[in-house]
Ligand binder design. Sequence first.
Ligand code: WAQ
Ligand code: MG
Length: 265
Amino acid sequence: MTTSPELYSIRMRAQNEAVHVSGAEDIVTAQRLQNTTASYLNRALMHQPEKIVITVEKIESEPLRLTLLPVVTCDIQTAGDAPEAVKTILSTLEISDKAVCSAISALYSDTNISGAYIISAKTGKFLCSGAEMPVRVSRFGLLDSLAGEFADYLKNHGLTHYRVKEALLLASKVCSCDEVVAEICVSDDPEYSTGYVASKRHGYIRIPNIKEHGNPYGGRVIFLTEDAGVQRVRGYLEKTPALFDALPEIKGVKKLNEIIGSCHS
Ligand code: WAQ
Ligand code: MG
């Protein structure tokens, strides 16, 4: 009988003057811990941080096996067109106008926080505020044996930036949660202006020019169904280990109407 190898959750966060500047994570075997730690250190050091925290934790329960969302890139030429496209996508997903407004104002504010806001898809109310800190999605990774193949596959589709892989994994864990209607993300990296809208219905829709190049602010918003238990969702997103064990479908660049198809009302 072969036993599965021990798995570890490895997480990095770096900060400067108490501001989060870099983060990354994966689930790996012991054999890959050293290389992963080195690459995370290098990544953190690019931000000249005052403090880097790398946490390595053995995973005690068998991780869930999850499927990556299909990937499509929306044909958007300028930052001026992106908000309208985002609103149109969200309008096909049972997300109220109020909730869309709450999300857009949180995402396009001049602040960065280290986690995601949770918003009711119906009322637009923030379900995490004050003591209820924004949720930090964690404990997800790609099966070690797929790492090389996955990187080549993304590269063959022109998706070479490490952010794409990590964001796709994170969004796929978020959308695997029953109570999640959608997630929207804008990077806080001033050099990275592609964001996404992810949902079970449409998959992972990449939105080029979701913000102006040079803008240092970003954020994430997760929309929940009306009857969702926020604590359960938070527990799942933060703590339940999840491994992705197959390559995603990648559909290339498509027009918004092709992506949302007959959903567009
Ligand atoms: N859990 C919850 N929220 C997070 C997490 C996390 N683990 N990590 C970051 N955030 C929030 C936080 O508010 C950041 O300011 C914001 O998301 C953006 O984080 O396919 O790199 O790490 O080309 O800047 C999208 C890739 C990249 C799109 C997104 O986000 C593509 C990205 P960043
Ligand atoms: Mg980051």
